[in-house]
Ligand binder design. Structure first.
Ligand code: ADE
Length: 265
C-alpha cells in the first residue's frame, strides 16, 4: 500500500487530505495488481462456506447487488459440503491429541480450492480467523485492486493447520472477538472491498471521503431542512463558497479525529 498507508503523524495526514489524488491516480499508485481494463475494474470473490444460506440474501442486496448488476463484481458462494467424498457430507472430524471440539477437514477444502484454481488464477486465498491480520480500510483498498480472491470461512474449533500452511495466502480477522463462524467476517470484507470498486457507488468520491480513507474520520453531513425546530445546519454549508466549505470539511475531520480517534493521527 504505497498511497493510503505507510505514513504516520499528523502532518502527513493533513497534507494527504489536502492534496487528494484523483481516484485513478490512487489506484495506479497502488501497484502492479491494479487491474485497469479501460475504465472498468472487475472483481470476482469466491466464498467457501458450510452455511451458504447465511450469505445468500446478503450478497443479493444493497451495494453487492448493485455491483453485480453493473457487472463490476461477481460474488460466488460455494457450499463446502458439495466437495466431500463421503456419503454423510462431513466437513469436520475429531482433533488429534484429544483436544475438545471439531476441526475442519483438509479434503473438502482442498477439493474446492483446487476446482476454483483450475478455472482461474487467484490473487489471494483468504482464511477468516480471529487470530488473523486485522481487517481495516487500507487492507480493503488493497484487496479491491485484485481480480480474483477466495475467502474461506472458518468454523468449529479451527481448520486442519496444514490448510493454513499450504493453501492459504492471507489470514484475516475483523476484530478481537470470536464469532461462531467466518461468514460474518466474509460479509464484512466483501462489502468493504466491493463498495470501493470505481463505479459501484455512483459518486466515486463519496467512497473516497468515507471515514478512514485518509486515516481521518469524515466530516458531519446534513440535509434539508436547513433549520429543524431551531437545530441549524452550519452557516458555511449554505454559503455556496466551495473553498470555504472544503476548509470547513477538513477542520471538522481533523477535530473529530483528534477527539474521537486520536490513535489514527
Ligand atoms: N471467525 C471467528 N471469529 C472471527 C473474527 N473475529 N474475524 C474473522 N473470522 C472469525
Amino acid at each position: 500500500m504505497k498511497f493510503l498507508s505507510g505514513f504516520s503523524g499528523f502532518e502527513n495526514n493533513f497534507s494527504r487530505f489536502v492534496n487528494r489524488f484523483s481516484y485513478e491516480e490512487k489506484r495506479r499508485s497502488l501497484g502492479e495488481n491494479a487491474y485497469f481494463c479501460g475504465k472498468i475494474i472487475f472483481m470476482r470473490i469466491d466464498i467457501i462456506t458450510i452455511l451458504p444460506e447465511m450469505l445468500e440474501g446478503f450478497v443479493r442486496c444493497s451495494i453487492l447487488k448493485r455491483a453485480q448488476d453493473k457487472q463490476l463484481a461477481e460474488i460466488h458462494l460455494h457450499n463446502l459440503r458439495d466437495y466431500t467424498a463421503d456419503k454423510w457430507r462431513r466437513v469436520d472430524d475429531y482433533p488429534f491429541g484429544g483436544f475438545a471440539g471439531m476441526v475442519m477437514k483438509i479434503e473438502p477444502i482442498e477439493n474446492c480450492i483446487t476446482a476454483l484454481k483450475a478455472e482461474r488464477t487467484y490473487d489471494e486465498v483468504i482464511f477468516t480467523t480471529p487470530d488473523g491480520e486485522r481487517f481495516d480500510q487500507p487492507m480493503a483498498n488493497t484487496l479491491s485492486l485484485h481480480k480474483n480472491i477466495i475467502i474461506l470461512c472458518g468454523h468449529f474449533k479451527g481448520i486442519d493447520y496444514r490448510i493454513r500452511e499450504h493453501l492459504i495466502t492471507k489470514e484475516v480477522s475483523i476484530g478481537d472477538y470470536v464469532l461462531t463462524g467466518g461468514e460474518l467476517a466474509a460479509a464484512v470484507m466483501a462489502d468493504a472491498i466491493v463498495r470501493i470498486i470505481p463505479g459501484v457507488i455512483s459518486d466515486e468520491q463519496s467512497a473516497l471521503s468515507d471515514s478512514f480513507q485518509d486515516n481521518l474520520l469524515a466530516a458531519p453531513v446534513y440535509t434539508r431542512p436547513a433549520d429543524y425546530k431551531g437545530w441549524k445546519v452550519p452557516e458555511v454549508l449554505l454559503s455556496g463558497h466551495e473553498a470555504k466549505i472544503k476548509e470547513w470539511e477538513l477542520e471538522q475531520s481533523l477535530e473529530r479525529t483528534k477527539r474521537l480517534r486520536p490513535d489514527l493521527l
